[in-house]
Write a protein that binds this ligand. Structure first.
Ligand code: HEC
Length: 195
């Protein structure tokens, strides 16, 4: 129980860290729902999203058809060709340029990681995915790991595979007192009372 909870927190932690370490073999393929939708939704949809009343430049990124549409001899997204995609040139222009997207005055900014993800996504064909809630769950193959003595179950193997990618290795399992103390801090934000 404690072990699975600490694994759960560990996995959550790794997802939070992902911004810094996405360029791993398992994670190299850009996935629209995981990597791209959150960027477009946070940084672009307010002006290029589903809301027609707030849509700018008659351009929408919530649908592939919109992203690929002809803007008069060019397109925001040209699958496979980031260098031909207006989206890429607009996110890379200088901060002082009126062309910069998202516009400076919107207060939104893309990180270098986000810019790279958008570029990789377009290079890889700019595929869209339905909202995850409508996609049938698929069981992924259980990854192979080098340190096969550590995992005790399938979920551990996912954790271990990711750790090995990061070149991080699990510490020895802590004693029960330390685990319960960590759990208490995780759940309540406070150390447990002294007994
Ligand atoms: C605050 C509103 C706003 C946000 C947020 C915003 N844009 Fe724009 N965008 C505009 C406006 C206004 C225009 C039209 C003026 C222009 O071409 O610069 C535009 C134009 C564009 C164009 C050129 C369209 C054409 O017809 O040539 C692209 C490409 C674009 N935006 C991409 C993006 C991307 C990608 C994001 C998010 C990373 C984004 N925009 C976020 C307001 C916004």
């Amino acid at each position: 129980m404690l072990r699975s909870l600490s694994i759960w927190f560990g996995v959550m932690g790794l997802f939070l860290l992902r911004d810094n370490c996405f360029s791993l073999d398992n994670f190299k393929t850009v996935e629209f729902n995981r990597d791209i939708r959150p960027i477009l939704s946070d940084k672009c949809f307010s002006c290029h999203g589903p809301d027609a009343n707030h849509r700018k430049a008659n351009l929408r990124f919530d649908m592939r058809q919109g992203a690929l549409s002809d803007l008069g001899g060019y397109a925001a997204v040209v699958p496979g060709s980031p260098e031909k995609s207006e989206l890429i040139s607009r996110i890379h222009t200088s901060k002082s340029s009126d062309e910069l997207m998202p516009p400076l005055k919107s207060g939104k900014q893309l990180s270098e990681t986000e810019k790279q993800l958008l570029k990789d996504w377009i290079s890889q064909g700019a595929e869209y995915e339905e909202h995850w809630a409508y996609i049938q769950l698929q069981r992924p193959p259980i990854p192979k790991v080098m340190k096969s003595s550590w995992p005790t179950g399938a979920i551990d193997r996912f954790v271990m595979a990711r750790l090995e990618h990061e070149n991080v290795f699990p510490s020895k399992e802590a004693d029960a007192g330390t685990l319960i103390r960590r759990l208490h801090i995780d759940l309540t934000g406070m150390p447990p009372p002294q007994i």
